[in-house]
Design a protein around this ligand. Structure first.
Ligand SMILES: *[C@@H]1O[C@H](CO)[C@@H](O)[C@H](O)[C@H]1NC(C)=O
Ligand SMILES: *[C@@H]1O[C@H](CO)[C@@H](O)[C@H](O)[C@H]1NC(C)=O
Ligand SMILES: *[C@@H]1O[C@H](CO)[C@@H](O)[C@H](O)[C@H]1NC(C)=O
Length: 406
């Protein structure tokens, strides 16, 4: 009898051991698998939000125009000196962008289109990862709009914008945020806005100031499209009426705004209309027609714009808050000039695979907004300045100027 009992418990023990063994093996393999899967579901790295002025009262933007990125190391430079050609590729664009971020330490980077040169990029996603690489690695918040060449590879404009909006530290949006979709808050159905990449980014005042919880600077991003045919003639696209009326309503919402808590009474009215900067790729027809005043920088090439004037300048003038517009498209133009009191500034091409002029350094623009000083704390934006950096050994700083002062 004892014998039977002992054997029984042995078998039971044996069974338990087998179960335990199988369980350990199973959980090892499965948990390993699960970790692998977890790694595949990689979440976007979010920038620190909201965008805001730092405690020294400044907010610095680096404008990057026309990277024209292809496939990286194998994509050769265009329009460089013969002596430079041998050792020049897209990686020179990467290196220039990395140095700009190191030297200027911007709070934000704005890419104004033709980020990739579609016809040279075998895979749009790969090309964008490389093109935006330096800003992704830096952790600096950034946003982009599209030019007329971005969609010439493997993605449509809508796909490109949604991909860009999902990249690390990106604040780009394919469509305006609900917050800025004023039509829909009135229970109207969301109106379709032309294009992909129309959105507003708010920059809040300094911590501890009366403007800590409100936008003191708006950054308007607009999609200027790619190409179009008008009356059988090929031309560039233009910013449409739907985009302009959306922007107009966003802008109106900020006029006469009051900071959110009690201390409004002591805030002078002068601070209640936050200035705005606009970013898009293709210049408007008035930049070509002129007269463009107070030019700082160089007007080196004929302006390539649409034959259609959709009233962008007129809209900006009536909005009143847009103080400066930053564009790309014409790589060797790098000037700022005034139209009806609003500055229109070229970034100057940064991309070595984009056309340029041999011997003329690639370049990028920096924009610095400064807050006014109140008695005890920072107020709203008082001054907006700009300059450029050249892609030479010293990253030479040129053409510094004040664009706007309250
Ligand atoms: C491109 O980068 C290489 C390697 O860093 C450098 O030797 C070369 O001078 C650069 N070319 C230009 C045109 O900047
Ligand atoms: C901003 O919001 C924070 C947190 O809600 C609050 O503590 C602070 O008093 C607000 N400041 C202003 C100026 O509204
Ligand atoms: C860069 O700076 C050095 C030292 O100031 C100067 O000698 C050199 O000429 C500068 N190079 C350029 C391209 O400006």
């Amino acid at each position: 009898m004892m014998d039977f009992k002992a054997r029984w418990s042995f078998s039971l023990l044996y069974l338990i051991l087998i179960f335990a063994f199988v369980h350990i093996i199973y959980s090892c393999i499965m948990s390993h698998k699960l970790t692998l899967d977890d790694q595949k579901v990689r979440l976007k790295k979010q920038p620190q939000l909201p965008l805001r002025f730092s405690s020294d009262g400044t907010f610095k933007i680096l404008q990057v125009a026309d990277m024209h990125y292809g496939n990286g190391a194998v994509t050769r430079c265009r329009d460089v000196l013969e002596s430079e050609f041998e050792h020049c590729s897209d990686l020179n664009t990467t290196r220039f962008l990395r140095r700009l971020i190191e030297v200027e330490k911007p709070d934000f980077v704005a890419f104004t289109g033709d980020n990739i040169f579609g016809t040279s990029a075998t895979d749009a996603a790969e090309s964008m990862f490389e093109a935006f690489g330096p800003v992704l690695q830096s952790g600096v918040p950034w946003a982009a709009v599209l030019g007329n060449h971005d969609q010439e590879s493997t993605m449509t404009r809508e796909e490109l914008m949604s991909f860009i909006s999902l990249m690390d530290y990106s604040l780009s949006n394919t469509f305006p945020s609900a917050e800025d979709n004023l039509e829909s808050s009135n229970q109207n159905p969301v109106k379709r806005i032309d294009g992909f990449g129309n959105y507003n980014l708010r920059v809040w005042g300094a911590v501890g100031s009366s403007f800590a919880n409100s936008s003191v600077l708006n950054l308007y991003f607009l999609d200027s499209g790619d190409r179009a045919v008008v009356d059988g003639i090929r031309t560039y696209d233009w910013i449409k009426q739907s985009q302009l009326s959306w922007l107009h309503s966003v802008s109106k919402n900020f006029q006469g705004q009051k900071p959110e808590n009690g201390q409004l009474a002591c805030i002078p009215l002068t601070w209640s209309n936050p200035p705005a900067l606009a970013f898009f790729h293709i210049p408007i027809p008035e930049v070509r027609q002129g007269p463009i005043m107070e030019i700082v920088g160089q007007y080196r090439e004929y302006i390539a714009c649409s034959s259609v004037n959709s009233g962008v300048l007129q809209t900006f003038v009536s909005m009143g808050d847009v103080k400066a517009v930053f564009m790309g498209h014409d790589h060797t133009n790098d000037f700022c000039g005034k139209l009806h009191g609003i500055w229109f500034c070229y970034g100057g091409g940064i991309g070595y695979h984009g056309y340029g002029k041999a011997g003329l350094p690639r370049r990028a623009r920096v924009i610095l907004a400064e807050l006014g000083k109140g008695e005890k704390a920072w107020m709203g934006v008082e001054r907006i300045k700009t300059w450029k950096r050249l892609g030479d050994e010293n990253l030479s700083k040129i053409d510094e100027q004040v664009l706007w002062e309250r």
